[in-house]
Design a protein around this ligand. Structure first.
Ligand SMILES: *Cc1c(COP(=O)(O)O)cnc(C)c1O
Length: 339
């Protein structure tokens, strides 16, 4: 089975399992877990932020950020294809009680400064006030796009001119950093807070990081408790997270494999596959008159797993457990599906 559904499907390495077993632990709600404390310090340094908080998932990290940055009834400004808008169960409405105002950023993946100014709402007797701008890098639904620093900087600067804070959903931030050859802290120069996942391409079994200024993280820690995310001997899962931080450079291998997969699939009549920036390959099967759900089912029939993104678009995501040889086999098998 070649599992390309996501970069979350990887199994922890023996090294990670050993690290979990041997981790020095304590009750993290009392801040007594040395391994969690070490992970939070290392993670803050990796993104160039003052402080960090270990959270069970990327979704929780984003939702804590939205809630801490905003007042109830504010507006949240974000791209119409962003994860926070599309894939988090309307958490912004349910948990932060904010109203979303979506902007179609197109291939740019982040709103332009003009779009931010046009969609900004000043608070008054009738209007809710814009409380937060969120950005995403890499941009998952727009094809794993690595958004360049200048576009992030321009959006964040425009928001700050309006006194609006900026949170970046960087579930795959390090994929962007590697693809753009720009250190993560540089990509975040004008961003206030960031979430990134340890459990995606970096290979940890569990966990994400929310990072930002100390005062923000202090509030975030309370909100994590509110959401039921206060964990006890969490060093058991933080120890693999520390090893995951050492896997950043390895992400380039996933990108090369994704590029190779895309090139191979693009040669198959009926499939259109753009060259990916990172580890996400999006396949358009409309020319073959094959819906994404049919295509995914046919691929599963030959032991290659992907996921339907929408009616005609399927996502394949390279990851730690997929080798160069697997990519060649996947291309051949998918070719057989189309013939
Ligand atoms: C995966 C993902 C998340 C959520 O992370 P989970 O750990 O699955 O909750 C958030 N944003 C983006 C862009 C993602 O790809």
């Amino acid at each position: 089975m070649i599992d390309l559904r996501s970069d979350t499907v990887t199994k922890p390495s023996d090294e990670m399992r050993d690290a979990a077993r041997n981790a020095d632990v304590g009750d993290d709600v009392y801040r007594d877990d040395p391994t969690v404390n070490q992970l939070e310090a290392a993670a803050a340094a990796a993104v160039g932020m003052e402080a960090a908080l270990f959270v069970p998932s990327g979704t929780m990290g984003n939702q804590i950020a939205v809630r801490v940055h905003t007042e109830r009834g504010n507006e949240l400004l974000l791209d119409s294809e962003s994860h926070i808008y599309r894939w988090e169960l309307a958490g912004a409405a349910q948990l932060a009680q904010v109203q979303t105002r979506i902007i179609d950023s197109g291939d740019r993946c982040v709103p332009t400064p003009a779009q931010i100014h046009d969609n900004y709402v000043a608070e008054d007797l009738h209007r809710p006030g814009t409380g937060l701008l969120t950005l995403e890098n890499t941009h998952n639904y727009r094809g794993g796009t690595a958004v360049p620093k200048d576009a992030i900087d321009a959006a964040a600067t425009a928001a700050h001119e309006l006194d609006v804070p900026v949170h970046l959903d960087g579930a795959r931030l390090f994929n962007a950093a590697v693809a753009l050859e720009t250190p993560a802290p540089d990509l975040l120069e004008h961003v206030d807070t960031v979430m990134f996942c340890l459990s995606k391409g970096l290979g940890a079994p569990i966990g994400s990081i929310l990072a930002g200024p100390q005062s923000f993280i202090d509030q975030a820690r309370r909100t994590r408790k509110l959401l039921g995310g206060g964990m006890r001997q969490a060093g058991i899962i933080a120890a693999p997270g520390l090893l995951a931080l050492e896997n950043i450079d390895r992400l380039g291998d996933d990108h090369k494999r994704a590029t190779r997969l895309a090139a191979g699939l693009d040669e198959i009549a009926g499939l259109a596959v753009p060259t990916p920036d990172t580890n996400i390959v999006v396949v358009d099967s409309s020319d073959a008159d094959l819906s994404a759900s049919e295509f995914v089912a046919e691929c599963a029939g030959v032991d290659v797993l992907g996921g339907a993104f929408n009616e005609y678009i399927t996502r394949f995501c390279t990851n730690w457990d997929v080798t160069d040889a697997d990519i060649d086999v996947a291309i051949d098998r998918i070719d057989s599906v189309l013939h």
